[in-house]
Write a protein that binds this ligand. Structure first.
Ligand code: ADP
Ligand code: ADP
Length: 237
């Protein structure tokens, strides 16, 4: 479970990107985070994984207050958070399999260290995930030989290989066509349901958010202006 209490972020420039955000995401719930450009969506995602330092508030992942961690403790806590990115962030010259496995222990540079570090269990889990996302046949292809939709499926498998307690997803479909976008959202939602995994998906496509989220949180000027079921959303959010 994820719990945000009064999270605020004011940048050095004076921009108040987040102003006292509080909400809880229970296990298995997929939250679609929507709002106009500049509303604070990426600041919120980045505060949760501490790529941005929140100015105030607490962010609880289970019993851990993420805002209080530094150094090794922060790195360990980040391993509990799976990230899926708009531009996939794959290592282009590595294979699909290597990219997925990098979710387990982070990026490794050589085959020798690769083989030393990954257990047969890691590899069989990676295969199972690649089967789930429909890429088992492509496990040995280089990431740069894949289409955008295929790359995002590798991104999903990599995040899940981490066995995360939380998924943070930043504009996962922004570079994809509508049909592929729906496939990707369906995969993310299915994984969350299957694993009782909470997720926050920053997504500007409101229709897609409504179709594939359990709950919508709308931000505007760093504040929550809507929090409810997808079908309760009205045009003025
Ligand atoms: P969104 O993701 O909803 O488009 P952002 O979180 O990117 O919103 O931005 C929220 C506000 O914070 C905006 O006013 C933006 O200009 C500002 N902002 C974002 N990142 C920074 C930064 N690194 N430095 C200063 N201001 C920033
Ligand atoms: P996104 O695609 O996530 O909305 P942006 O295009 O808003 O990202 O911002 C790109 C980068 O610039 C980010 O690292 C963001 O933190 C930073 N940034 C955004 N707004 C500002 C701002 N007003 N001042 C300084 N940096 C900003």
């Amino acid at each position: 479970m994820l719990k945000l209490e009064n999270v605020s972020k004011t940048y050095k420039t004076g921009d108040k990107a987040l102003q006292g955000i509080s909400f809880e995401v229970p296990a298995g719930q997929v939250v679609g985070l929507i709002g106009p450009s500049g509303a604070g969506k990426s600041s919120l995602i980045r505060c949760i994984n501490r790529l941005v330092e929140p100015t105030a508030g607490s962010i609880l992942l289970g019993d851990t207050d993420l805002t209080r961690l530094n150094g090794r403790n922060l790195r360990q806590a980040r391993r509990r958070i799976g990230m899926i990115f708009q531009e996939y962030a794959l290592v282009e010259r590595l294979t699909v399999m290597e990219n997925v496995l990098s979710g387990r222990l982070g990026y490794v540079s050589t085959w020798r260290s690769f083989l030393r570090r990954y257990s047969p269990e890691d590899v069989s889990q990676a295969f199972a995930l690649l089967e789930k996302v429909g890429l088992a046949d492509h496990y040995n292809k280089r990431a740069d030989a894949l289409s955008g939709g295929q790359r995002q499926r590798v991104g999903i498998a990599r995040a899940l290989e981490q066995n995360p307690e939380l998924l943070l997803v930043d504009e996962p479909t922004a570079s994809l066509d509508p049909k592929t976008s729906r496939q990707i959202m369906r995969l993310i939602r299915g994984a969350c349901q299957e694993r009782s995994l909470p997720a926050i998906i920053n997504i500007h496509d409101v229709m897609l958010a409504q179709q594939f989220s359990d709950r919508i949180i709308g931000l505007r000027n760093g504040e929550v202006v809507f929090d409810g079921a997808p079908d309760e959303l009205t045009n003025d959010v």
